[in-house]
Write a protein that binds this ligand. Structure first.
Ligand SMILES: NC(=O)c1ccc[n+]([C@@H]2O[C@H](COP(=O)([O-])OP(=O)(O)OC[C@H]3O[C@@H](n4cnc5c(N)ncnc54)[C@H](OP(=O)(O)O)[C@@H]3O)[C@@H](O)[C@H]2O)c1
Ligand SMILES: CCCCCCCCCCCCCCC[C@@H](O)[C@@H](N)CO
Length: 313
């Protein structure tokens, strides 16, 4: 935040990381543990959680750090409340200091090929899995009159979009709407809200989504160099410690951030102006190239629909 004077220090802070058993969440859990935080992770798969917790243990800085994991699905308010209660138990029922909402995944498909269930799942994995925890944690913080930080995890696709993500990108845009609203409203309670927009991250869920990803999406994504989970987590923490509302970890996403800032505060008055100016030139050029790719893919796409039986009665 613009007027934030003191950098956030992890030592002794209780950090609750959803999706902490894998990818970005796990990388973040290790970094925060190494920096002296108490870390709680939540995800569904108990085996993955146990393996993650032993990896996190290796980064412990002091014997006093509380490192714990819990298995919950966070798709509903009820489950998200139960997870938070479990996470707070060893902290005497006190709300965490910082919440990092990393749980989620993408199911990329052409709009016409999604099933109804996949579109509903898309909203659960892309929006509700973070929104419910944010709602419940905020209620707890306010009831306990505790100040803290909430960090949402969107995507580059929460600022722009490409074909193949109609079941994901709208959810990540919705998260941005929620984060921006809360950044404004939760000033009432001294709660700081941030949102991270990672590009491609080479994680297990990226490998999984690539197995079903439309060819055209894969092709357009070639322009995105991508980051490891560790690089992305380091970028997230850097922006978070600077108090940034909108956090990015790569130049491509920064173009879309600076040129679609809306009512979010600037990260840097001069740099943001320059990036916005450059985006005004480069984004239309990229869009022209991308639109050509889409048009050139039409025949192949119709063949794909025919071969997959889409036109069959
Ligand atoms: N990878 C990318 O290219 C990319 C790019 C931009 C943004 N993102 C976003 O970044 C975040 C992290 O992604 P990642 O690539 O690090 O994924 P990942 O490696 O698959 O990790 C996802 C984590 O979320 C957990 N999770 C999923 N559904 C859950 C649920 N219903 N309840 C509780 N935990 C759940 C997973 O564990 P369980 O499955 O065991 O529950 C896992 O711990 C996601 O929000 C994703 O949308 C990813
Ligand atoms: C401004 C000029 C350069 C623009 C290049 C843009 C290329 C855009 C490619 C899309 C990037 C998407 C990255 C995020 C993907 C994840 O959210 C997804 N893998 C879901 O897990």
């Amino acid at each position: 935040m613009f007027f934030q004077s003191k950098r956030w220090n992890a030592v002794g802070k209780h950090c609750y990381i959803t999706g902490g058993s894998s990818g970005l969440g796990l990388a973040l859990a290790k970094m925060l543990t190494a920096q002296g935080a108490h870390v709680s992770i939540v995800a569904r798969d108990s085996d993955k959680l146990a393996a993650a917790l032993s990896e996190i243990e290796a980064f412990r800085r002091s014997k006093d750090q509380i490192l714990q994991s819990f298995s919950y699905s966070l798709f509903t308010a009820e489950e998200s409340r139960a997870a938070l209660e479990a996470v707070m138990a060893r902290h005497n029922g006190v709300a965490p200091d910082a919440i990092f909402l990393c749980a989620g995944k993408a199911i990329p498909r052409y709009f016409v090929e999604y099933t109804e269930a996949e579109l509903i799942d898309g909203m659960n994995y892309g929006y509700w899995v973070q929104a419910w925890t944010a709602w419940i944690v905020t209620q707890k913080m306010v009831a306990q009159r505790r100040q803290g930080n909430i960090v949402f995890v969107s995507s580059t696709l929460g600022l722009m979009t490409i074909p193949g993500y109609s079941g994901y990108s709208p959810c990540k845009h919705a998260l941005r709407g929620l984060a921006d609203t809360l950044r404004s409203e939760l000033q009432l309670y001294g709660i700081d809200v941030h949102i991270f927009f990672p590009p491609t991250m080479f994680t297990p869920s990226y490998e999984e989504e690539n197995r079903i990803k439309p060819k055209l999406t894969l092709k357009i994504e070639e322009a995105d160099g991508g980051l490891t989970a560790e690089q992305a987590a380091a970028g997230l923490l850097k922006g978070f410690k600077k108090g940034q509302a909108h956090i990015t970890a790569d130049m491509m996403t920064d173009f879309f951030r600076a040129s679609t800032r809306g009512s979010a505060p600037v990260n840097n008055w001069i740099l943001d102006g320059l990036i916005d100016f450059a985006a005004g030139i480069w984004v239309p050029i990229w869009l022209t190239i991308t639109n050509r790719q889409i048009h050139a893919h039409r025949d192949e796409h119709y063949r794909h629909l025919k071969d997959s039986g889409f036109f069959a009665e």
